[in-house]
Write a protein that binds this ligand. Structure first.
Ligand code: GLP
Length: 233
């Protein structure tokens, strides 16, 4: 893992942008995208840049089950607002949270990933070490799956909803196996509340208890963290 420590998330966004820019210049065509507060500064830098994604493909990591694409807390909506409105892609895939047929949705999304191999995948990090919505205990060999969110993730994500009861209990997420097929992975994490997960991801054993620790087995991972998130290293 190539670990880069920055002062804050603003600087992290600039570095994240540079990783995108380099991948772009090297011919990347498919970008794996993430939601959450972490990638926002990178997306801001992308929207201000002159990079053109109109011939590119994006594939998002995850989506809440039950939320329509125009629901303000859906990940579809998040991507539209933070990136796609300003930088449209030729095609953008996000799991369909309204598909009640989980088996069909999982198969459909796995096919999308197989048809569009990801050149650069951006990731955030859950406080419990999750990536995408791959919670601790997830079998690293599975592809897209339906996830029952843990209490800690529901609590952590409640800040985006009016109250905790409104946070969906399930999500569709790319699996760790799908994430690991990306050529290059960029993980960003900011803030002291991520410090323990960052330490476990980088220095701990590779274990299903910390889904992000599987990234130690990937040959091209760039980690951008601020000083607070690096404080336990
Ligand atoms: C959610 C998302 C993850 C994200 C994590 C951290 O659970 N499914 O992809 O990495 O939250 O969120 P944040 O970046 O807001 O800290």
């Amino acid at each position: 893992m190539n670990v880069i420590v920055v002062k804050d998330r603003e600087q992290g966004g600039q570095k994240g942008f540079q990783v995108f820019q380099t991948a772009y210049q090297n011919g990347a065509k498919v970008f794996g995208l993430a939601t959450g507060s972490t990638p926002v500064t990178t997306y801001e830098a992308l929207t201000k840049s002159d990079l053109d994604f109109s011939q590119m493909t994006s594939v998002n990591l995850d989506e809440y089950v039950g939320l329509a694409p125009d629901h303000p807390q859906s990940y579809h909506y998040f991507m539209q607002k933070h990136l796609f409105d300003q930088k449209p892609f030729a095609q953008s895939f996000v799991p369909d949270g309204l598909n009640d047929d989980a088996e069909a949705e999982m198969a459909r999304y796995d096919q999308i990933i197989a048809d569009n191999p990801i050149d650069l995948q951006i990731l955030g990090l859950g406080q419990n070490g999750h990536i995408g919505f791959n919670e601790p205990g997830t079998d690293p060999a599975v592809g897209t799956h339906k996830v029952k969110l843990t209490e800690s993730t529901i609590k952590a994500n409640a800040r985006f909803f009016d109250n905790e009861d409104e946070v969906p209990r399930y999500a569709y997420s790319m699996g760790i196996a799908s994430i690991m097929t990306s050529k290059h992975i960029l993980l960003e994490a900011y803030g002291a509340e991520k410090a323990a997960a960052v330490k476990a991801m980088i220095e701990g054993p590779v274990t299903t208890d910390v889904p992000a620790s599987f990234l130690q087995n990937h040959e091209q991972v760039t980690v951008i963290i601020d000083e607070a998130a690096a404080s336990q290293l």
